[in-house]
Design a binder for this molecule. Sequence first.
Ligand SMILES: Cc1ncc(COP(=O)(O)O)c(C=O)c1O
Length: 456
Amino acid sequence: MTGTSPLHRRDGTTAAVTRDVVDYVVERMAMSPPPLDAPRTPAELAAATGTMITPDGLGHERAFALFRDVLAPACISSDHPRYLSFVPTAPSKAATLFDLVVSASSIYGDWWVEGAGAIYAENVTLRWLADLAGFPDGAGGVFVSGGTSGNLAALTTARETWRRTHGRGQRLAVACASSAHSSIRLSAMVIDVETVVVPGDARGRLTGDALRATCAAAAADGITVFAVVATGGATNTGVVDDLAGAADVAAELGAWLHVDAAYGGAAMASSVGRPLFAGIERANSFVVDPHKWLFSPFDCAAVLYREPRLAGAALTQHAEYLETLDATGEWNPSDFAIHMTRRVRGLPLWFSVAAHGTRAYDEAVTRGLELARAAARAIDAAPHLELLMEPELSVVLFRRLGWAADEYQRWSDAALADGTAFVVPTVYDGETVFRFCFVNPTTTEADIEAILAAMA
Ligand SMILES: Cc1ncc(COP(=O)(O)O)c(C=O)c1O
């Protein structure tokens, strides 16, 4: 029997929407490259769209046209091969298409009883990530919306674990280098602990010796470091902390070691990049974002725990209406982060890795490392540019000789406006400089040459 809701009725409109959506997706995915596009102001968008939410609706054709012709072009395509700002994205075709399947399947990803098949596939994929890091059998975790959310879940687990054995009342702190991502300081603020900053080495890396000295100084001031955060690929520089040194000191302190590999952890899938991560196998938890460099669409981050039961003890929600779930002892992903209802956002990654195989991932991630080295050599050869440090992962920092901060920004704005590239300046050691971040295997050496030439 057909229901009465116009939202759910299956009729000619459903077929037309299906056609529009499929046509759009096929066309967008065939674009090579997609349009770079650029933002517009709220006033410009209001003028271009008119009123969009009305009692009678605009009709699907008009609403879809607004997205296609006005709203989408006001969003920068982060999968454009010349989008080299922040951390770009480059979802595989398989992962992108499978995201549509996830939406159509209405799978509730919180509890095994409802999402068993999908959660099983997510867990197999998490196991692949755990194996890349060398985590033991029994490790596990969950796909969350982003590295920020994963870092918060891991640090909350660390603090709760500490409290269970040491009680309350101490001045607790997280230790990390100043190059740690801003989400670490935010997480510390949310869980109401302090942050002690470890001076980095010449490349800004956290090292075991500096960590040991900083924690000793903090202890002398009455501050207890309960968690160490090492970064597996600093966002601004791509530099990987001394993970083995951090693991030594964390063990000495009895502290939790969390590795924030949200951006760089993908390099563990590359046979070239893996050696940089020596020591991660001794961490208590780590985060890696497949929506950054493992070719998943937004939003997909993985948080993995050596002992997931500690996360479960810290983060499981208890309520009368959930008691039947708690009683079963099954693997419920909602227990391992700060969330309840969740999309099975790990499935696009599962599908893509299952379909293509891990060798294809090795090659695609290694390409990002190669592009960074190619850019470094091209910068060395350009008289108007100067490389700031040899790239470790896929970030390249360089100076445009003779330019002040406003000239960097003016160039960046113009390059976006004329469709050359999306490259924004960053600040390194107090100086405004340029930064490339490569994750997109479709970027070419010719793209790099063209961008660098445009800076002349
Ligand atoms: C090292 C690191 N940690 C955490 C994050 C935050 O990740 P998300 O934006 O997915 O929350 C980023 C983002 O670039 C990052 O590079």
